[in-house]
Design a binder for this molecule. Structure first.
Ligand SMILES: Nc1nc2c(ncn2[C@@H]2O[C@H](COP(=O)(O)OP(=O)(O)OP(=O)(O)O)[C@@H](O)[C@H]2O)c(=O)[nH]1
Length: 569
């Protein structure tokens, strides 16, 4: 796999892994943040529903007071009832407002039966309040009070459903919420206990056996709830508030109920009426609400702290995710720019050097790191290679020149005898192998000694040069010419018969004899040459034999008067 492809693939895999991991971390942080947010919202709903339940409980106090009027309608009691109702309406409005802020149109349906039951109960209370007190029967009073009783469970149902939503959205606040719910229930049962005494106090009658039983049941439930709100692990403010519940409600409030119960059992007249009971009993329940609020506050603080913490974590996760991605991208870009690209460039440079292309420098050798070392080494390799190439060229041209010199006659520039032997060998071999006929021409300048003597040795050299050039011009490709020694030359034509070789010798003889030679001093000189021709076919084609035969023919030509061609018999 190519390095660039490997890098792209690794980058993609790494980016995917990092993105996946960061996505997972950010998603978890977001889920925690969202859960704490939902927990807070559900907590606000819980609080609003509990306050509504409390106000409904509280409304029963003025209701009992109005329904317990003894002789005439008491405007002060009625005004208290209106204030109680206004407080309930406000609490319900606040609950509705919280619900609207929430997504919970479905949760609003919980409120509809409560609203309907509240309207019915208030209507019954108003109807009974319009009747003179003496005409109100205990059944009517019980019915109206029962209807009021029926409201709180509905509100508690709503609170329970929001509590459940809070717990689901954010389980860490469950403990505080459960205890808050018990506190609300405690307030409700404490209220019911007070309401139970309304009828006996109104009618000035002792409690009936059924009312005693109900009283015991309520006390039992209240004792249970007391245990449940008194958690051993509570400390700080919560412990103080719990202690106040113990002192005030379970001390003073329940003592009041005990006093009335004892008076009833002893058949004594009660020394207080419903309004007085409400006035003394209701304030003893206030610490229970304070306990509820403290518990809700604890849950709220917990959720808010966690929400804040989750928000911080979300920011940290998002920012570190972005930072990691940016660093990774930067790192990969640096690796690509500082390592991969120079490596690829170096690879291409090495390939070029391997192919003998030294034209381009790989660059980057000024870098101070390991890549710089490598590029510098490459530059050195390139310089050495260029020098070696030049040396190689010089050596080759030297060898070529030496070879040329070794094969060339220094004076005439044509092949020397050694080169002639080498060149003719291949041809002789083929003649032997393929039964071809091969011929050799030997020629010698006539009376050459006389030329030397008459014109000087240098002029003799020039004659040799001119004759060689003239013959070379006369010959065709494949016809080998060489200086055989002294003023003697040898020609080996391509494969041909003796007659054709003689014809060639004749043509050369005529050319030498007919063309005057111009010497360096401008003097014209005519020379002639004698030719000896010999040929051989197939296995008989041996160079020494051929030359010997041609030499004999040449000798014969000299003897017969020179400037002529003679062939071996
Ligand atoms: N200038 C010059 N003379 C050479 C060279 N090589 C041989 N000679 C001369 O060539 C002459 C050959 O002379 P001979 O062998 O007597 O033959 P010739 O005078 O040509 O007479 P024939 O061959 O019988 O016609 C000698 O004087 C050699 O010194 C050379 O390279 N340059």
């Amino acid at each position: 796999m190519k390095l660039t492809r490997l890098l792209s693939l690794s980058t993609a895999v790494l980016a995917l892994l990092v993105c996946g991991m960061l996505g997972h971390i950010t998603r978890n942080a977001w889920l925690r943040y969202d859960a704490t947010g939902s927990g807070l919202q559900a907590l606000r709903l819980t609080h609003a529903a509990m306050v509504a339940a409390e106000k409904l409980s509280f409304e029963r106090g003025p209701v009992n007071a109005v329904l317990g009027e003894r002789f005439t309608a008491d405007p002060a009691r009625r005004e208290r009832l209106q204030r109680g109702r206004a407080a309930t309406d406000l609490a319900l409005m606040q609950l509705e407002r919280e619900l609207l802020a929430d997504d919970g149109m479905t949760r609003q349906t919980v409120l509809a039966p409560l609203r309907a039951a509240l309207d019915t109960a208030r209507h019954s209370v108003d109807q009974l309040a319009a009747v003179p007190p003496a005409e109100r029967t205990p059944e009517q009073l019980k019915q109206a009070i029962e209807q009021m009783f029926g409201l709180v469970p509905l509100a508690l149902d709503a609170a329970a459903s929001y509590t459940q939503a809070s717990e689901l959205a954010y389980p860490r606040i469950t403990r505080a919420l459960i205890k808050a719910r018990y506190a609300v229930e405690l307030r409700e049962y404490a209220g019911r206990l007070g309401s139970l005494l309304t009828v006996p106090l109104t009618t000035r009658q002792p409690l009936t056996p059924a009312e005693y039983t109900r009283l015991q049941m309520l006390r039992g439930r209240i004792a249970q709830l007391r245990q449940q709100v008194q958690a051993t692990d509570s400390g700080g403010n919560l412990a103080i508030v719990t202690q106040r519940v113990d002192d005030i409600y379970f001390g003073e409030g329940l003592q009041l109920v005990t006093d009335i119960e004892q008076a009833s059992r002893a058949g004594r007249a009660y020394d207080l009426d419903t309004a007085q009971l409400a006035q003394r009993y209701v304030p003893t329940m206030t610490p229970i609400l304070a306990l509820r609020d403290e518990l809700l506050q604890e849950a709220q603080t917990q959720a808010q702290n966690d929400h804040e913490h989750a928000r911080r974590e979300l920011w940290i996760a998002t920012l570190s995710g972005i930072a990691i991605l940016l660093s990774l991208t930067l790192l990969l870009l640096i690796v690509r720019r500082r390592v991969i690209v120079p490596l690829l460039r170096a690879t291409r440079a090495v390939i070029r050097l391997g192919n003998g292309d030294y034209s381009r420098d790989s660059g980057g050798s000024q870098r101070a790191d390991e890549i710089g070392d490598m590029l510098r080494a490459l530059a050195t390799l390139r310089t050495n290679s260029i020098e070696r190439q030049q040396l190689e060229l010089e050596r080759q041209s030297l060898i070529d020149e030496l070879r040329l010199r070794a094969n060339t006659d220094y004076l005439t520039g044509i092949l020397n005898r050694r080169a002639f032997v080498a060149a003719s060998n291949q041809r002789l071999q083929r003649a032997r192998d393929c039964r071809e006929t091969l011929a050799v021409l030997l020629f010698d300048i006539d009376h050459f000694k006389a030329v030397n003597d008459a014109h000087g040795h240098e002029a003799g050299d020039q004659v040799l040069i001119r004759v060689a050039a003239l013959v070379r011009d006369e010959l065709r490709d494949g016809e080998i010419l060489a200086r055989h020694g002294g003023e003697e030359f040898v020609v080996m034509p391509a494969y041909c018969q003796l007659e054709q070789a003689c014809a060639l010798a004749e043509r050369l003889r005529l050319a030498i004899a007919s063309v005057p030679l111009t010497l360096a001093d401008g003097q014209l000189l005519r020379v002639t040459a004698s030719f000896g021709v010999a040929s051989a076919t197939g296995p008989a084609a041996a160079l020494d034999d051929l030359l010997h035969a041609a030499d004999l023919a040449l000798y014969s030509a000299k003897r017969k008067g020179r400037n002529r061609v003679e062939s071996a018999a």
